[in-house]
Design a protein around this ligand. Structure first.
Ligand code: 5GP
Ligand code: SF4
Ligand code: MG
Length: 449
């Protein structure tokens, strides 16, 4: 999911900016969208299903004068795609209005929910955010910010959250920093965003990343910082898949440019697996384009924009069924026959999950009359499910689990297939190994480190 919050210390209206911020984060979730703000001591919101422009009437926001608001674009597994799960979650509790937008997966949610229900809480949704809300409500003797910090201390797993309280905006990141979250500023308005590309759209300067375990509180007097835990844990688990696929290339996450990281993945892939004598290298748009540029540069192979993507189709993995998903690739990507005819082509993509995309694209390029099709993947094989938020990958559906490299190569119909190594992935991202989560590639989950 994508989250965005804004607080103007000079009392400027911020709702339209929150809308724009979410617009830049649409790639992080297309299931639903919502914006919440405080109005006369109550929380107000607009929410809906689907893409932002379907979910929210932009004109409706123009007349609102709130100087603090949060918003959410949501990515969910389909079974919980219902309106009552549209975020941000909003409530007026004993201490005033509160709204919460969350990216990540709280791994002890079931246990927390059970405890809260035993103490009388009645849940209306199955969201991570609602548990936080109930925990706050049960501590209504505390100041809202203290109750929030208290609740965050009980969460395990991953979270990047933006919280609207009556008089402040709070941005917090779990102690391992799984999910990205940055702070920006422009002319006395502060912003919290999943990715820095959302700061660019509102013309804000990227101040810094929220640190793992940090709680940034923005109010009338500016910004202050609290901690979930006093001691810094030292190790982080920044999601390496953000650099591979999830984030937009124009974002900077934890000090590293996603574009630079992707290009370096491609360069390293070329050095490991050069495919000498190929006539051209092409990326699978959009996810493989940048690593393909890096690959082509390092291998000395001409880069071609050989496959064209329909811009108006969402990411394939949002589609519900295998049937629709298979069709989705065809709807989305189309190779240019003239470019591939009689050529030896290298095709670069960011990752293989189920193998559907790879299989479809190789066969499409063969149908163009290509002499050879060599597939290069700019990340290591995805061998394990993600426990921290990308929950659509069941182990038994992962292509690299079900097949050996040779079998997979034959299955997708390529002349050769190769991946990036774990070492090269880490080196390309450029953060120390003990600051990165690579669990879906390596099985090194938090518990095993
Ligand atoms: P596949 O077709 O192998 O299932 O999915 C791989 C393609 O989907 C890649 O081109 C990649 O860009 C994109 N992708 C990345 N992460 C995910 C994910 O978590 N689930 C799915 N289904 N696709 C993903
Ligand atoms: Fe990211 Fe993979 Fe770790 Fe999940 S398991 S947080 S997708 S690196
Ligand atoms: Mg892709």
């Amino acid at each position: 999911s994508g989250i965005f919050g804004a607080y103007s210390t000079t009392n400027k209206p911020v709702l339209e900016e929150v809308y724009l911020g979410l617009y830049a984060l649409q790639h992080r979730g297309q299931e639903s969208a919502g914006i919440a703000w405080a109005e006369d001591g109550h929380v107000a919101s607009v929410r809906g299903m689907g893409l932002l422009h379907n979910a929210i009437d932009q004109q409706r926001l123009a007349g609102e004068s709130a100087n603090c608001a949060i918003g959410h674009v949501r990515y969910v597994p389909l079974e919980s795609s219902q309106l009552h799960n549209v975020l941000p979650i909003c409530a007026n509790y004993a201490r005033g209005p509160v709204a919460i937008a969350h990216d990540g997966l709280v791994t002890n949610l079931a246990e927390l929910t059970r405890q809260l229900e035993q103490r009388g809480a009645i849940f209306q949704s199955s969201t991570n955010s609602e548990a936080i809300l109930h925990m706050m409500a049960q501590k209504s003797h505390m100041q809202p910010i203290d109750a929030l910090v208290d609740a965050l201390k009980k969460l395990e797993g991953s979270y990047a959250i933006a919280v609207l309280l009556e008089d402040s905006l709070v941005a917090a990141r779990d102690p391992y920093g799984f999910k990205p979250l940055v702070i920006g500023e422009r002319d006395g308005t502060y912003y919290a965003a999943s990715e820095s590309c959302a700061l660019d759209i509102v013309g804000a300067k990227l101040l810094r990343d929220v640190e793992p375990g940090e709680i940034v509180v923005i109010g009338a007097k500016g910004m202050k910082s609290l901690r979930v835990r006093q001691e810094r844990c030292g190790r982080c688990m920044h999601c390496s898949f953000e650099y591979v696929y999830t984030a937009r290339p124009d974002s900077i996450i934890d000090g590293r440019s996603v574009y630079e990281a992707r290009k370096e993945m491609g360069r390293r892939l070329a050095r490991k697996s050069p495919c000498g004598g190929a006539d051209l290298a092409a990326g699978m748009p959009d996810s493989g384009t940048i690593s393909a540029i890096g690959y082509a540069q390092a291998a000395g192979t001409p880069f071609e924009m050989g496959v064209v993507r329909n811009r108006y189709v969402g990411r394939t993995f949002i589609q519900p069924t295998q049937k629709v998903r298979e069709l989705g690739v065809k709807i989305k990507l189309n190779p240019i026959a003239e470019i591939f005819k009689d050529k030896r082509a290298v095709i670069v993509d960011d990752s293989i999950v189920r193998g559907t995309t790879a299989e479809r694209i190789v066969s499409m390029i063969r149908n163009c009359g290509a002499a050879e099709v060599h597939l290069r993947i700019a990340s290591p094989p995805v061998l394990h499910p993600c426990r921290y938020g990308i929950d659509t990958r069941k182990e038994e559906t992962l292509a690299a689990v079900r097949m050996t490299l040779d079998e997979l190569c034959r299955k997708v119909g390529a002349d050769s297939l190769d991946y990036l190594t774990e070492e090269d992935l880490i080196a390309a991202i450029g953060l120390p190994e003990d600051k990165l989560c690579t669990a879906c590639f390596t099985g090194k989950y938090l518990e095993e480190r």
